[in-house]
Write a protein that binds this ligand. Structure first.
Ligand code: SF4
Length: 378
């Protein structure tokens, strides 16, 4: 399995990095003006509005976590136990600063590791897009808390700085058991950025109130982080009656006013154009890659698929059942909902044309090109 080693910050970048001490001082100043509520390190960089609800001590409205989360937690615990037994170190180390608390997954001197179990899709996203900044924030804050002795764990003496030189994030696919590891030196600038992110949220809550803090999620049904957010209903309003799902007149809870509607139609139009243009660029790049594979600096390209495969010929199967006098099995499914946004008075675009028909039963699988960040396992 390949992994990415992020570029180490140069000396110049390190000295130009935001000052952690200044960020903490600023945060302390803000704290005096707002009701303090400690944030979990895992929420740093996630969603500003969610952090604001925590700071303002709002009561969570959606507390169900689901079976997937439960399985993830159990798997997480088991993997940490295995790592500790095999390699030593401390797992689930309690950390607590004045502004943020957390539990670092594995401290194996001199590296702090954060373990993330993910779905197949999440794992693929990490391979193709790399580590999100918020995950670097989180592990960097753990490293900073440990280095500065801000621990809350009976196994460690409080107030004594610990040896941390590097940070590591391990993603484990719950579906395949594959893991991929990203590792870099500890960069205090990243921890400072995370604290400054939090400081900004405190400032907005104190100056303008919770509702003025921007939402970083696009809402339920669009962003998974909203689907499972403990403040979902508080943020977007109560859910629409599940019975009416599929009803085209059912109004989304993301659209409240007439102006919201107008904005959404224009958003749809603008992003559709951007999507078409992006697809054109992607297809151009894809054509230039045809027949080529291998590393390309920090990325890697490979092709798969394209071979002939056998699949059920549904029309022939239905015909055969009819010949045999059998009743064709059916089930009720909801037809897909389609949306069409057009310009007033203008002729709408014609529907896309399809290519030549391919004989049923001999459908060639579409070749798939996969680009992944290239790197190394430590
Ligand atoms: S529902 Fe989404 S946008 Fe709202 S607080 Fe939660 S994560 Fe943020």
């Amino acid at each position: 399995m390949t992994a990415v080693l992020p570029a180490r910050p140069s000396a110049a970048e390190r000295s130009a990095a935001p000052s952690l001490a200044a960020a903490v001082r600023d945060l302390d100043r803000r704290r005096a003006r707002s009701r303090q509520r400690m944030i979990g390190a895992s929420e740093l960089g996630e969603c500003r509005r969610r952090a604001a609800y925590r700071i303002a001590r709002r009561r969570p409205t959606n507390t169900r976590t689901g079976l997937q989360a439960f399985l993830g937690t159990e798997l997480h615990r088991g993997v940490l136990r295995t790592l500790r037994r095999q390699y030593g170190g401390l797992t689930e180390v309690g950390l607590e600063g004045e502004q943020v608390k957390g539990r670092c997954d594995w401290w194996h001197v001199p590296v702090v590791e954060d373990l993330k179990t993910t779905s197949r899709f999440g794992f693929e996203r990490i391979l193709t897009r790399g580590v999100p900044a918020k995950h670097w924030f989180q592990v960097s804050v753990y490293a900073w808390l440990l280095r500065t002795g801000q621990t809350h764990d009976r196994r460690l003496p409080a107030g004594v700085g610990q040896d941390v030189e590097g940070v590591r994030i391990r993603y484990l696919s719950r579906d395949s058991g594959e893991d991929v590891v990203f590792e870099t030196e500890h960069d205090p600038g990243l921890a400072a950025e995370a604290i400054m992110w939090l400081s900004d949220v405190y400032a907005t809550v104190a100056d303008e109130g919770v509702e003025a803090v921007s939402r970083d999620g696009f809402g339920p049904g669009v962003d998974t982080m909203c689907d499972w957010c403990p403040f979902l209903d508080l943020c977007w309003g109560p859910p629409v009656d599940a019975e009416s799902e599929g009803d085209l007149s059912r109004q989304s809870r993301l659209t409240v006013t007439d102006q919201d509607y107008v904005d959404a139609v224009h958003d749809y139009d603008a992003w559709r154009a951007a999507e078409n243009e992006a697809r054109r660029h992607k297809e151009y790049a894809r054509e230039r890659l045809r027949g080529r594979s291998g590393p390309a600096e920090d990325l890697h390209c490979e092709w798969s698929g394209g071979s002939l495969r056998t699949q059920v010929d549904k029309d022939a199967a239905v015909e055969r059942l009819a010949d045999l006098g059998e009743v064709v099995p059916t089930r009720k499914v909801r037809s897909p909902q389609t949306i069409r946004v057009t310009r007033n008075g203008a002729r709408p675009d014609p529907p896309p044309t399809t290519g030549a028909a391919i004989p049923a039963g001999e459908q060639p699988a579409a070749p798939v090109v996969r680009l992944a960040d290239a790197g190394r396992h430590p």
